[in-house]
Design a protein around this ligand. Structure first.
Ligand code: ATP
Length: 519
């Protein structure tokens, strides 16, 4: 639903959740800055992940590794030689595109993989892609497509209906990868493009010195594997146990897209859970379940998640089992997290690469072996985006006079909401109301984010908080002062974001009442 996505992107900018990085100078593609509310939301997510993963478990320890990574580490892990995506040059638009990428909704370029065409009745010998760009001339586009089909799929009659399939989507074929419409010949194969950012360390760095070459890490996992032995030796911990890390990773994605979903700089939340070989499969299932519960707790319901049991042949070669946890984004069902059983691949390659023993000695059985690893690897930015997409709502309201209205409300679960409470004096001019509000603010601030607002009608102040997802608003009014009825003195109105219902509570109970609901 592109319209829904547009509204979300616009609200995020207007209310200060997310901005394009370098926007002032035209924008840095694939990079995003989180504004005041976005930063709070992201922090809530990371904090809650850490709390559930490290703080509330006694079998997982945390770490915080360096972003700059030695070439040798990435040589052993396989990233140096193999962390790449197939890239094609479009002959007509000259754009560089990821050859295996399925349709984007951003209207600039869409690729149909072989499989996609097959599902619409085409059969293809080898995967190929059709580039469609809505701004190109449709007649010539159609000609190119016909020419391609005639040459490479002569047995396949190109029915007008099949061409319509593409036109229906208001997209036109303008080019075909590997296909030169001028002379009808196949050209360049897709090239492998390494996704890592490379940099030079130190002032005297020469171009070809591998010791002076460093990379921005493409995942947080490698520092965990490399420090596994140090962590084991410096902590009294036994298998099975995990090491968790939250932090930035960098991938020079060929086509960043779908807002923050595919970025070049992003944060990951990764756990490497080390275990005995015979426990790997069972723990993979257990972690999948734990991670699904986590999403429920942050406001991404189970019903909107899809579990992809990645089939043989599509998993990484070292993985015996991989589940992708996918979410129904407005732009399609896409991966949030991978839960992969990686066998002992990682420790094995680092043991071989470093020449250092990484084996575990089991005191009980007197065995020495390389532990196996189960890895739940989640994307922080993708999860923030899922939380935002899930929370965004436009609610139709009818007032007592039958007047219709639309309320924009971000239905964040309270523990994720950037601001937990709005605090309003009913009347800005009433000094006593303002004084009590400021006192409430001081009491709550060490515990949670609050927002004091005295501008405009109270109804409008509620709506502003609805739009940024504040779950509760506290209003100090004349009843708080006990002016009409002494029995209400010292109580405030609490207004609930979702139901818009109100209740009264003594100020003295406010902190405990809120803490119970926002943790
Ligand atoms: P994709 O297939 O979407 O490129 P991946 O399978 O390569 O992702 P992993 O290497 O398994 O991703 O990384 C683990 C997690 O890190 C992903 O599930 C995702 O949440 C996050 N992630 C990976 N690449 C990006 C990116 N370019 N932008 C934002 N998040 C990312």
């Amino acid at each position: 639903d592109p319209i829904r996505m547009e509204k979300i992107v616009s609200l995020c900018k207007q209310r200060g959740f997310i901005f394009q990085a370098g926007e002032l100078y035209g924008g840095l593609n694939g990079c995003w800055d989180y504004g005041p509310l976005g930063a709070e939301l992201k922090r809530n997510l990371k904090d809650y992940w850490w709390r559930k993963t490290v703080q509330e478990r006694d079998d997982v320890l945390g770490m915080d590794g360096a972003i700059l990574t030695m070439q040798q580490v990435l040589k052993s892990s396989g990233h140096l030689d193999g962390f790449s995506d197939p890239m094609c040059d479009c002959l007509l638009s000259k754009a560089r595109l990821r050859a295996d990428q399925v349709p984007a909704q951003d209207g600039t370029a869409v690729w149909y993989s072989g499989a996609k065409l097959e599902s619409s009745g085409w059969s293809t010998e080898r995967p190929f892609a059709v580039l469609v760009a809505p701004d190109k001339d449709p007649a010539s586009a159609k000609k190119v497509a016909r020419q391609f089909y005639a040459q490479f799929m002569p047995d396949k009659k190109v029915s007008p209906k099949e061409l319509e399939l593409i036109e229906d989507r208001q997209e036109q074929v303008t080019g075909v990868t590997n296909f030169n419409p001028e002379n009808g010949s196949l050209l360049t194969e897709a090239k492998e493009f390494n996704l890592m950012f490379k940099t030079k360390m130190g002032a005297s760095a020469s171009e070809d010195d591998p010791n002076a070459t460093a990379f921005l890490r493409p995942e947080t996992a490698q520092s965990i594997f490399c420090q596994y032995k140090n962590i084991l030796d410096s902590n009294r911990i036994k298998l099975p146990f995990g090491i968790a890390q939250v932090g930035k990773s960098f991938r020079n994605e060929i086509n960043p897209r779908n807002y923050t979903f595919r970025s070049r700089e992003f944060e990951q939340m990764e756990i490497e859970f080390f275990c005995r070989p015979e426990d790997g499969m069972r723990l993979t299932e257990e972690w999948l379940e734990a991670r699904l519960n986590f999403y429920e707790e942050i406001g991404v319901p189970r019903a909107k998640l899809h579990i992809l049991d990645v089939p043989d042949g599509e998993r990484a070669f070292y993985s015996d089992k991989t589940y992708d946890i996918e979410y129904e984004f407005p732009f399609g069902i896409q991966e949030l997290e991978g839960v992969a059983y990686r066998t002992n691949y990682d420790l094995r390659v680092h043991q071989e690469g470093s020449g250092r023993a990484l084996e575990y000695f089991d005191e009980d059985t007197k065995e020495r072996f390389l532990p196996h690893v189960v890895e739940p690897s989640a994307g922080c930015d993708r999860t923030v985006l899922a939380i935002i997409c899930e929370a965004f709502d436009e609610e139709e309201l009818t007032d007592s006079k039958g007047k219709k209205d639309v309320r924009t409300v971000m239905r964040f679960v309270p523990r994720m909401a950037p601001i937990k409470v709005g605090i309003f004096p009913l009347l800005k001019k009433n000094e006593e109301q303002v004084r009590i509000c400021r006192e409430i603010q001081k009491t709550l601030q060490p515990w949670m984010n609050v927002f004091y607002d005295d501008g405009g009608a109270v109804g409008r102040r509620y709506r502003r908080q609805d739009e940024i997802g504040t779950p509760f608003c506290v209003t100090v009014d004349f009843d708080t002062l006990g002016e009409n009825d002494p029995s209400t003195k010292g109580t405030v109105t609490i207004r609930h974001r979702d139901s818009m219902e109100q209740e009264r509570l003594p100020v003295s109970e406010l902190l405990a009442w809120l803490l119970e609901r926002v943790r």
